[in-house]
Design a protein around this ligand. Structure first.
Ligand SMILES: NC(=O)c1ccc[n+]([C@@H]2O[C@H](COP(=O)([O-])OP(=O)(O)OC[C@H]3O[C@@H](n4cnc5c(N)ncnc54)[C@H](OP(=O)(O)O)[C@@H]3O)[C@@H](O)[C@H]2O)c1
Length: 273
């Protein structure tokens, strides 16, 4: 019998207040975590999501501490402050999900360079900074049998080179951050920390809603599995990569997309963000 769980583990999820990050937090709450830390910029969202996670923990008879701290992770001082606040409350961190991310879509002619810089800053530089800050606490948690985990939320956008919407910074950032993950996997493996990336296809969230409302039917039609991603898809994948059973998996980029990127029909050429 295989029982995938994160029993007694401490998990930190950046961008954990909604969308895929909140899905990951929920998976940890329901599968044995002792402490789940979430963060995002908006204090209201942090409060609401903490209450939501506490509610589902109670409904499912789970004893788990939820810590929720607002921070803009693109601001170096706020990222450091977030880390210091976490470090005051936990002695080690078993799992870091570097999930906070953003996108921007516009044609080449109309694409502001400032948007490229903003996307790269959050999707790569702040992922690097979060990992840099948390590595000492991850080192404390990891053992040879059950290493600590860094899970980077990349995208199937990291695996494609053609999309018609003009998400130039997003594609580059996700390819870059997946590669960062491989580099760190080699470096941190001997320190009992594995680094893997998830590469979701289209999941309905605030980030993807514009594209899905414009082209959702076409995305489903062109997907070999004939549907969009669902909460359970991301939860099953993140739980597997966090459980002791996956301790020998290091440096992968795992597509969770029903095979959509292989079909070559990622999004229709008429869609606009
Ligand atoms: N949805 C998809 O189809 C899809 C597909 C592939 C990959 N992904 C990736 O999955 C991750 C989550 O995406 P999502 O779809 O769940 O997006 P989302 O619903 O927009 O959630 C993004 C999260 O990141 C937080 N965030 C944004 N900017 C931040 C900042 N500067 N500092 C700290 N937190 C920040 C947001 O909260 P605040 O606004 O309060 O800061 C929110 O909690 C992203 O990395 C995205 O690229 C998504």
């Amino acid at each position: 019998m295989v029982d995938l769980n994160v029993n007694n583990k401490v998990a930190v999820i950046t961008g954990g207040t909604r969308g895929l990050g909140l899905d990951c937090a929920e998976a940890y709450v329901l599968n044995g975590a002792s402490t789940v830390v979430i963060t995002s910029r908006k204090a209201d969202a942090c409060k609401e999501s903490k209450e939501y996670l506490e509610k589902i923990a109670k409904e499912n008879g789970k004893s788990v501490k939820i810590i929720s701290i607002p921070a803009d992770l693109t601001k170096e001082d706020q990222a450091v402050d977030f880390f210091n606040q976490v470090a005051k409350q936990v002695e080690k961190v078993d799992i870091l999900v570097a999930n906070a991310g953003a996108t921007w879509g516009a044609s080449l002619e109309d694409h502001p360079v400032s948007a490229i810089k903003k996307v790269l800053d959050l999707n790569i530089a702040s992922v690097f900074h979060s990992i840099q800050l948390f590595t000492p606490l991850l080192s404390k948690a990891g053992t040879f049998e059950d290493p600590a985990r860094i899970i980077i939320m990349s995208s199937v956008a990291s695996l494609i080179s053609s999309e018609p919407v003009g998400t130039y910074g997003y594609l580059a950032s996700k390819a870059g951050v997946s590669h960062l993950g491989k580099n760190l996997a080699v470096q941190l493996g001997p320190r009992n920390i594995t680094v893997n990336s998830l590469a979701p296809g289209f999941f309905p969230t605030k980030m993807s809603k514009g594209l899905i409302s414009a082209a959702g039917d076409m995305m489903i039609e062109s997907n070999p599995r004939k549907r969009l991603g669902q909460k359970q898809d991301i939860q099953n994948a993140v739980l597997f990569l966090s459980a002791k059973e996956s301790n020998y998996i290091n440096g992968i980029v795992l597509p969770i997309d029903g095979g959509s990127y292989l079909s070559g029909a990622f999004v229709p050429s008429s869609s606009k963000l």
